[in-house]
Design a protein around this ligand. Structure first.
Ligand code: HEM
Length: 508
């Protein structure tokens, strides 16, 4: 009896699979979907492709299936764009249709299903949130107002290294830790008018810990299976619970230790000065008072800034420093430019960075070869769309392989080389703001990165001052910094937190 039952079940299963294949083939035909690997029912191509998907994997598939291919991963459709023409279509020409964001199951938790700004659908809520953060964060006036603070923070990093120069010059230091404090301070100054005095500040330690947990949980590729294949989701129960718990702790920390603190100060100051609006959070609280956004939205703005501004800039700085160490001629040339333009006694400031083309080229080249967000933050089309002669199912996750656009040998001379000179020679018209679609480290169009306005000056000031004051070397016993990559959901960082040797310059 048992055998009979088993046989019947297997026949039924086989029939179901066959029917599903036929149906999906027919549907595929009807929809004229972009090409992609073979799809099984329920699992799609997940069985062959697996959990790990990064810009290098996407290049392999693009070589096989073309500049637009579609991965059916369980229930998710993932469309990957690998040509400038199609990137332009997605980000600019059809920027509205593809202007929403795809959230996976973990980012649904982090953002309360898109009550934030970065991961919300294109529409009124996004427009409102983006307007509210633009005034305190993303205008030229902000650069004018805060570059003095960014310079002071960079000077403190230099002092910090100097204070223990014997160790820094002999065994080296993990510089990224101090740089992370600097970036936290740059962002928290604008957002909360707040400064952490040291890496040991207990509030800073707490903040870094919850943000770090969130980053690890979000960036991991290991939960993809449950995002792709809903029937496997029970296996992720513990993971998702942890995400919820960390989200609660994080939002509570922002609320109790920062937002409410500021609300109290604001009340006192308002008694004295009705027009007092000092930092980002004051703007957000005014918008809340006006009923434009609610308290959760305020917390999600704070959460977004913690995510978008800090790790990206720290990781970009780490890559830049690694490249300057692994390319000593470039480092020397940069130092020579700083000396020639600024002289021996002037420390670089934001206005100076505009007179330092080689410094700008070093930043651009870092963001080309070591693109921190290599496939942009995934876009999404709310409705069925047409692209490159194919139909893209509604709510597809769209990755634009920006790294490949900036590293394709068909478009770049020896792209594998770190050579800032290219941005002064054959690519001298290419800017970081997306004026040429083959180079979009900050994206382009409606959902492009508004943080570019501060990321580039902060990188310029920091790298400039490090190179002005120190000679940078790999750790003792090594000839290079290890540049192995760690690819997460959206970002590429250095796998190892490298030790850097810093020797003071022999200034006569
Ligand atoms: C979005 C890169 C620093 C705030 C993005 C996107 C990229 C990016 C590629 C997605 C663009 C798209 O989907 O089309 C970078 C890099 C940075 C950096 C490489 C540093 C080197 C910053 C900073 C801030 C920031 C410092 C804030 C102060 C944002 C926000 C978004 C975003 C709010 C979402 C925009 C939206 O969805 O409307 N960033 N970013 N970023 N970035 Fe940045």
């Amino acid at each position: 009896d048992f055998l009979l039952l088993l046989q019947k079940s297997l026949v039924a299963l086989f029939a179901a699979v066959a029917a599903a294949i036929v149906v999906s083939k027919l549907r595929g035909k009807r929809l004229n979907l972009p090409p992609g690997p073979f799809k099984y029912p329920i699992f799609g191509s997940w069985l062959q492709v697996g959990n790990s998907l990064d810009h290098h994997d996407f290049i392999k598939y693009a070589k096989k299936f073309g500049h637009l291919f579609l991965l059916k991963m369980g229930q998710r459709h993932i469309a990957v764009i690998s040509s400038p023409e199609l990137a332009k279509e997605v980000l600019l020409t059809q920027g509205k249709a593809f202007g929403s964001r795809s959230r996976n199951i973990v980012f649904d938790i982090f953002t309360g299903k898109g009550q934030d700004m970065i991961f919300t659908d294109y529409g009124d809520h996004w427009r409102k949130m983006r307007r509210i953060v633009t005034v305190p964060f993303f205008t030229n006036k902000v650069v004018q107002q805060y570059h003095g603070d960014w310079e002071a923070e960079a000077a403190e990093v230099v002092e910090h290294v100097r204070s223990n120069i014997a160790a820094a010059a002999a065994e080296g230091v993990v510089l990224r830790r101090r740089l992370e404090l600097m970036i936290y301070n740059n962002v928290y100054k604008i957002m909360f008018d707040k400064k952490f005095e040291s890496e040991e500040d207990p509030l800073y330690v707490k903040l870094k810990s919850v943000n770090g947990e969130r980053s690890r949980l979000g960036q991991s590729l290991e939960y993809n299976f449950g995002d792709f294949v809903p029937i496997l989701r029970p296996f992720l129960k513990g993971y998702l619970e942890k995400c919820k718990e960390v989200t609660r702790r994080r939002l509570n920390l922002y609320k109790d230790s920062f937002v409410e603190e500021r609300r109290k100060i604001a009340l006192v100051e308002e008694e004295k000065d009705k027009n007092r609006v000092k930092c980002g959070i004051d703007h957000f609280l005014v918008s809340q008072q006006n009923g434009e956004i609610n308290e959760d939205n305020v917390l999600y703005i704070v959460e977004n800034m913690n995510v978008a501004a800090i790790e990206t800039t720290v990781w970009a700085l780490e890559w830049a420093i690694a490249e300057l160490i692994n390319n000593p001629e470039t480092q020397k040339k940069l130092r020579a430019e700083l000396d020639a333009v600024l002289g021996p006694n002037k420390q670089v400031t934001e206005p100076d960075t505009h007179k330092l083309p080689y410094l700008q080229a070093v930043i651009k080249e870092t963001l080309r070869l070591r693109m921190v967000v290599p496939c942009l933050v995934p876009h999404m089309n709310l409705d069925k769309a047409n692209l490159g002669g194919y139909e893209i199912p509604a709510e597809s996750r769209i990755f634009v392989n920006a790294w490949w656009l900036a590293n394709d040998p068909a478009r770049w001379k020896k792209p594998e080389e770190f050579r800032p000179e290219r941005f002064l020679e054959e690519e001298s018209n290419v800017e970081a703001n997306g004026n040429d679609i083959k180079y979009i480290p900050f994206g382009v169009g409606r959902r492009s990165c508004p943080g570019i306005i501060m990321a580039i000056p902060i990188m310029g000031i920091t790298l400039g001052r490090l190179v002005q004051n120190f000679e940078l070397f790999p750790p003792p016993g090594q000839s290079r910094i290890d540049t192995a990559e760690n690819n997460g959901q959206f970002a590429t960082r250095m796998s190892k937190q490298s030790i850097i040797v810093l020797k003071p310059r022999n200034i006569a």
